[in-house]
Design a protein around this ligand. Structure first.
Ligand SMILES: *Cc1c(COP(=O)(O)O)cnc(C)c1O
Length: 354
């Protein structure tokens, strides 16, 4: 089955060999405070920083999931107030999880075809963290580069970005935000169970000021360990190993990003030409990595079934668009040949052919 599900998504085909290499290498049976583990972690971080072009003074951490990053940010970077700017289900969930720990967290919602107003975002200087979702996986919207640059110019507040379904797929303006995180089962083309958290010097300073050390995954506790290339608890060693191997294999992000954007552009043209209705009308906020297509409930059900019969798994709609949309992942591990097969299937089942 070819999968276009936007997470868990297709893993790189090389993962099969790397799994076997991991077993053969013996790394799966070593202690996480031993030399071989420390070397592996150090090399993986260096490889990731190099391939993703992460600024030298930003730090990279591995955690378990994007959801865990929501919690780490709430407990270790927010003393009492954060602002969550969202237009869909994932951004809203981040707000809800944060409110359980920090009841002072507030939401600022905006319409999917618009951009949030920076003046509204920075209005309350007491918000310790401004929380943004780079790529809203539920509806196929993304915040453009220019938005991050504009916001960074206007505030010294810590900016945290959920980049779960875009990191490693498109280039980021790293310097324009302080915390970026993602789970690896999306654009990284890896099995689930690992997340990447990238922190700027400003974010680290903020964590030091708040000084939370109350939890097993308090950021400063994680950091104490990572500075020695260790982890606070026995981590997903296999996940970290696979991430290192995949990062070694992939092209530098600028090249991957060019390909992702070319493919996304081609998808949007293709869909329009073949009578498919893209959920996001405003081209400026369309995602390059997750494409949401809308239709009646009957039509969406029909298309998902038709695709399945051709051996293709489309992504279900999510949240408010669960039954009236389907999603197409445009992640780097998916091949052009697979994309062409889905396009053929969509042509064969287009409205004009019914
Ligand atoms: C998938 C996703 C998450 C959740 O990831 P987990 O690994 O399940 O915690 C969070 N935010 C966004 C934008 C996502 O796409």
């Amino acid at each position: 089955m070819i999968t276009f599900y936007p997470g868990p998504s297709k893993v790189y085909s090389q993962v099969e060999k790397y799994l076997s290499d991991a077993y053969q290498s013996g790394i799966l049976s070593v202690n996480h405070r031993s030399e071989p583990f420390m070397v592996m972690l150090k090399e993986t971080i260096a490889m990731m920083k190099s391939k993703l072009d992460i600024p030298a003074d930003y730090e990279v951490y591995f955690c378990s999931s994007a959801t865990e990053c929501w919690e780490i940010i709430a407990q270790s970077f927010v003393a009492s107030k954060s602002l969550h700017v969202f237009n869909g289900a994932f951004g809203e969930k981040w707000l809800e999880y944060t409110q359980k720990l920090k009841p002072g967290a507030k939401g600022l919602s905006f319409e999917p075809n618009t951009l949030p107003q920076t003046a509204d975002i920075i209005a309350d200087k007491e918000n310790e963290v401004i929380c943004l979702t780079h790529n809203e996986t539920s509806n196929g919207t993304a915040l453009p580069f220019s938005f991050f640059a504009e916001l960074r110019k206007q505030t010294e507040q810590v900016i945290a970005v959920d980049a779960t379904s875009s990191m490693a797929g498109v280039e980021f303006p790293w310097e324009d935000a302080d915390l970026w995180y993602a789970s690896v089962q999306k654009c990284f083309g890896l099995p689930a169970g690992l997340s990447v958290l990238v922190a700027s010097p400003r974010a680290i300073k903020q964590a030091e000021k708040i000084c939370d050390r109350d939890y097993y995954n308090s950021f400063l506790f994680i950091r104490d360990n990572f500075l020695k290339y260790q982890t606070p608890y026995t981590p997903n060693v296999l996940g970290i190993y696979l991430a290192g191997r995949i990062m070694e294999q992939v092209a530098p992000l600028s090249e991957v990003s060019d390909q992702t954007k070319l493919r996304a552009g081609a998808w949007y043209i293709f869909l329009a030409e073949n009578g498919y209705d893209v959920l996001v009308k405003n081209e400026e906020v369309r995602s390059d990595t997750v494409i949401a297509v809308t239709g009646t409930k009957e039509r969406v059900t029909f298309l998902k079934k038709a695709a399945k019969e051709s051996g293709i798994m489309l992504g279900n709609g999510y949240g408010a668009w669960k039954e009236t949309s389907f999603r197409i992942a445009n992640f780097p591990a998916i091949t052009q040949q697979e994309i062409d097969l889905l396009k053929k299937c969509l042509i064969d089942n287009s409205v004009s052919k019914e």
